[in-house]
Design a protein around this ligand. Structure first.
Ligand SMILES: NC(=O)c1ccc[n+]([C@@H]2O[C@H](COP(=O)([O-])OP(=O)(O)OC[C@H]3O[C@@H](n4cnc5c(N)ncnc54)[C@H](O)[C@@H]3O)[C@@H](O)[C@H]2O)c1
Length: 432
């Protein structure tokens, strides 16, 4: 099939490369020329496992192209995906400016019937507005479909190629058929292609993310109660996940959820609730617990070292909001670093992939280490913020020799308390 994907970020690039890999002709459109220059040479500007190879091989086979020429891309395509960002406005609502702008451009570029697929996460009712914008700007017929994306950064290619489900919200049988044809190579069985009305599809994405965020805030709140009462969240976690109704995913206590989706999507559905006179009481608490959780970690450090951290150096392991990505959008590490700097501390950070991103955020306000052990030299404490694999089994004896004092604040509960006690580390974790 002939497809264009507008917006070549974490979602659009993965979708475009995976569709191309299934034999489709894909044009990826973006308005960021620096990004396009790199991509056209087969250089992927973000870190996402497997994506490099996929982009290179499909470029070579000429099934994948990168361009800023949206008009031509639309003219050459049967299906146009919108995958631009929907960041959050200050009041928490989704900023739909980019989506509406692209919809208008698509409409003005049409040369016949098109299927326009809304892949960005947008609030319920957005597609009604898209239909209005498009019909005001074209004389041709069109269908607009909702096809929210569920890939996880860090595992995006695999998630896209082996999806748990593909949700399609549509009001036209012909477009559903076209999307089914496009997605069929990604399924072994048909039951993962779920068709519904447009509004339900738009909402499904927010409901999935909000539920996952709820699990995280729930376990964090229980972890905080454990710290007050002497119970151990790790034992409790094991105790509850053995119940198959509860399940074992997304129940790890930590320093709060971050990333480009959960924080903004929870806020956006709260706003949708407010706009529809239906207060989202649980989700307001989920958001508030998360904001507090991000601050709590810093409070623990201040409790130990005092408000004035001048002269103190903190080693940071991990900056990205989760492992296997270089993305730091809304990462808990940002608030923690800023808090440490405000208290006068020095920070030396190491992350396997996110140093480039961190430099754009903190510039020379912090120091960057080329490996995890270099970060520890003369540190008053280590703060473990992202659970990258390479931090899981470190050489504690070597660490102790490098650090000024053997203190670890573990935001991801990676280590065994007994082992660290035996090695004479002062070890702080979440929920114990
Ligand atoms: N990142 C994720 O894990 C994820 C997962 C599922 C859904 N989503 C949703 O998908 C959407 C995209 O997310 P993302 O993380 O890929 O965003 P992103 O910021 O990485 O990418 C967006 C891209 O769109 C481009 N763009 C913006 N305006 C444009 C225009 N007018 N014309 C052409 N290109 C334009 C930007 O240059 C950028 O490359 C969001 O709605 C997000 O909520 C993201």
């Amino acid at each position: 099939m002939r497809i264009c994907v507008i917006g070549t970020g974490y979602v659009g690039l993965v979708a475009g490369a995976c569709f191309a890999d299934m034999g489709n002709n894909v044009i990826c459109v973006d308005n960021d020329n620096d990004k396009l220059n790199l991509l056209s040479q087969g250089i992927v500007p973000i870190y996402e496992p497997l994506l490099d190879e996929l982009v290179k091989s499909n470029l070579e086979k000429k099934r994948l192209k990168f361009t800023s020429d949206l008009e031509n891309a639309v003219k050459e395509s049967e299906i146009c995906f919108i995958a631009v960002g929907t960041p959050q406005h200050e009041d928490g609502s989704a900023n739909l400016h980019y989506v509406f702008e692209v919809a208008e451009q698509i409409a003005k570029s049409m040369n016949g019937h098109k299927i326009i697929v809304q892949k960005s996460t947008v609030p319920v009712g957005t597609i009604d507005k898209l239909k209005e914008i498009i019909s005001e700007n074209t004389k041709y017929s069109f269908d607009v479909i909702s096809n929210p994306e569920f890939l996880k950064q860090g595992n995006a290619v695999d998630d896209f190629i082996n999806p748990d489900r593909v949700i399609v919200g549509a009001d036209s049988i012909e477009s559903v058929k076209a999307l089914k044809e496009l997605y069929t190579p990604f399924f072994k069985t048909d039951d993962r292609f779920i068709v519904m009305d447009i509004k339900s599809a738009e909402m499904t994405k927010y409901v999935a993310n909000s539920f996952l965020a709820t699990k995280i805030s729930f376990i964090n709140e229980i972890a905080n109660l454990c710290e007050k009462t002497g119970a151990d969240i790790e034992k409790i976690r094991l105790g509850i996940i053995s119940d198959s109704r509860i399940g074992n995913q997304f129940l790890y206590p930590g320093i709060g959820y971050g990333g480009s989706c959960f924080p903004k999507d929870v806020k956006a559905i709260i706003k949708t609730g407010d706009n529809n006179n239906c207060e989202m009481k649980i989700l307001k608490s989920v958001d508030a617990v998360n904001t507090a959780q991000k601050k709590l970690f810093l409070e623990k450090i201040i409790n130990k070292f005092g408000n004035d951290l001048s002269g103190k150096t903190f080693a940071l392991w991990g900056l990205s909001y989760k492992p296997q990505t270089d993305d730091m959008r809304d990462a808990p590490s940002i608030g923690i670093v800023n808090g440490l700097l405000e208290c006068g501390a020095s920070v030396k950070a190491y992350d396997p992939r996110a140093i480039g991103t961190a430099k754009k955020i903190f510039a020379d306000k912090i120091n960057y280490a080329s490996n995890s052990y270099i970060a520890l030299k003369d540190a008053d404490a280590l703060l473990l913020l992202t659970e990258w694999n390479e931090f899981k089994r470190p050489d504690f004896d070597k660490m102790k020799l490098l650090m000024k004092s053997p203190v670890i604040f573990d935001g991801r509960n990676q280590y065994d308390c007994a082992e660290l006690e035996q090695k004479e580390f002062e070890y702080y974790k979440i929920g114990k």
